[in-house]
Each structure stands twice: as C-alpha cells, then as structure tokens.
Design a protein. Structure first.
Length: 262
C-alpha cells in the first residue's frame, strides 16, 4: 500500500462534507476523494438492501481510484454496510458509527441516552444493539424531516423548532443526559435541538472523533502521507454536480472549484 494514496469518503450527498472538513483539519497532508451519491439521495428512507448496494458501488468506485482508507461519512450507509465493507475491502474501513458510539458511552452519567437519526438508521437497530450491550437505556428517535429542512436552508426557521419539538417531546422527563446526532445533517440543527432538549443534555457530533480515529489508524499502520506539498481534494457526485456545489456551501467551509460527475 502506498502511503501517498488518497483517503476516500462517501456519503449519500453533501452532508458527509462535515466529516471531510474535520479530516482536512486532522490530516492536512492527505489527498482526499469525496463521493456524494446524489443520484440515490436520500438514503434515510431506503431499504437496507438498496443502501447496501449503493454503499458497495460507492466503495468500488473509490477503490478504483486507489484509496488507502475508506471513511463512510453517511450514518445511514454506515449503519447498514460497515460490517460488509470491512469484510469485502482489502483496506481499512472506518465509519461515523463507532466514534459516535464511543463518545456517547464516555459522556453519559445517567446511562440514559437518545439517538437521533434517519428512519433507516433507527430501523437498522445498530445503535440500540451496541448501547444495550453496554447496559444503557436508549431512546431512538427517527427525525425524517430534519434533512430536507437543512437542505432548504431552514435550520434556523421557526418551523424547524416546531418540528424538533414534535420529534423530541417524548424525551422530556426520561432523564437522558446525552443525545447522539447520528445523521450528517443534524449538527446544523444543534441550536434548535439544544433549545428543545435543554442545556442539561449534551449533544454529540461524531465528525471530529471520526477524523481523530482516522489519523490514529493511519499513524498506527504507517500510512501517513510523508509529503508536505499541497494536498489534492477531488469531489465526485453521481448526479447534478452544480447542485452539489451549491449545497456544499452549507456543510463545507472551503471553496469547491470543481465537482466531477460519475
Ligand atoms: N447522510 C445521511 C445520514 O447521515 C442523511 C441524508 C440521507 O438521508 O441520505 O444518515
């Protein structure tokens, strides 16, 4: 394996760019390829078999570009396909699920936690299984309207607060002290979610820990890029590159010059 090869990330669309921006900060010498599978967006309401198929196709595309590490930046894809991709691929595969799970475990004192995610992530039962095995009481909440709200730029609109109250009111009085934002888009709603849940509930966003875990893994395996010349970032979308570029601005603090259609 060549340590100068790029890291590959994929998501159903632009949301996983929040993970990429943390990877850029944690690993400033690394070349990065990002694939947004916008042709199949959203994953959050799709069946497990469709999501697994898309995830394998995305991983195969990135493998053909000779990546040295795959980061599944989409929570829904990760919930359904991380174990499969870890078995199938000859390179290390990381996802946003395990860093989020570890952070949640460390943060809770009451051992009562909420997981907010897409309908498909919640239906996969992945967080429920992991957290119940640690004797935590889990409140899983599917919030399907959050993604379109963010993509419409309405994250600070009064309607976003109403939707958050609608989804999260059942958490009042449960004694949760931590809520995991297990969807790429939910950190953009964290102000509203925090207002609804109250300041005593800590919100966990796994993007930062995922990047730290990636850095650790590359270091341990001697795969850090030794070159300090400017890294190359390439962006791919399976549909409408212009829309990708437009929406990317919500999630990614750096300019994106070009998005390649695949
Ligand atoms: N990227 C997805 C996730 O993190 C949210 C958008 C979608 O439903 O595709 O679960």
């Amino acid at each position: 394996m060549d340590s100068s090869n790029p890291i590959g990330l994929f998501d159903s669309g632009v949301g996983g760019l929040t993970v990429m921006s943390e990877v850029v900060k944690a690993l400033p010498n690394e070349h990065i390829l990002y694939l947004g599978d916008t042709a199949h967006l959203p994953y959050g309401n799709k069946s497990p078999s469709a999501i697994i198929r898309f995830a394998i196709e995305n991983a195969n595309f990135l493998m053909r570009q000779k990546i040295k590490l795959l980061i599944i930046s989409c929570h829904t894809a990760c919930a359904h396909a991380i174990d499969i991709l870890q078995t199938l691929l000859p390179i290390p595969v990381l996802g946003v699920r395990d860093p989020g799970f570890c952070d949640l475990l460390q943060a809770t004192r009451t051992k009562r936690v909420a997981v907010l995610a897409t309908a498909s992530t919640i239906a996969s039962g992945t967080f429920q299984t992991l957290l119940q095995a640690e004797k935590l009481h889990v409140y899983p909440i599917a919030c399907p309207l959050f993604v379109p709200f963010v993509e419409e730029g309405l994250q600070n609109h009064a309607a976003a607060k109403l939707i958050a109250e609608y989804y999260l009111s059942s958490l009042k009085g449960t004694g949760i002290d931590v809520a995991l934002l297990a969807c790429t888009h939910y950190p953009l709603l964290s102000t509203v979610i925090q207002e609804v849940l109250g300041t005593e509930v800590r919100l966990i966003e796994p993007a930062h820990s995922t990047a730290q875990m990636a850095a650790q893994l590359l270091k341990e395996r001697n795969l850090l890029n030794p070159s300090t010349s400017s890294p190359i970032y390439r962006f791919f979308a399976s549909d409408d590159p212009e829309k990708f570029r437009r929406l990317a601005k919500i999630f990614f603090p750096f300019p994106i010059e070009k998005v390649e259609l695949v």
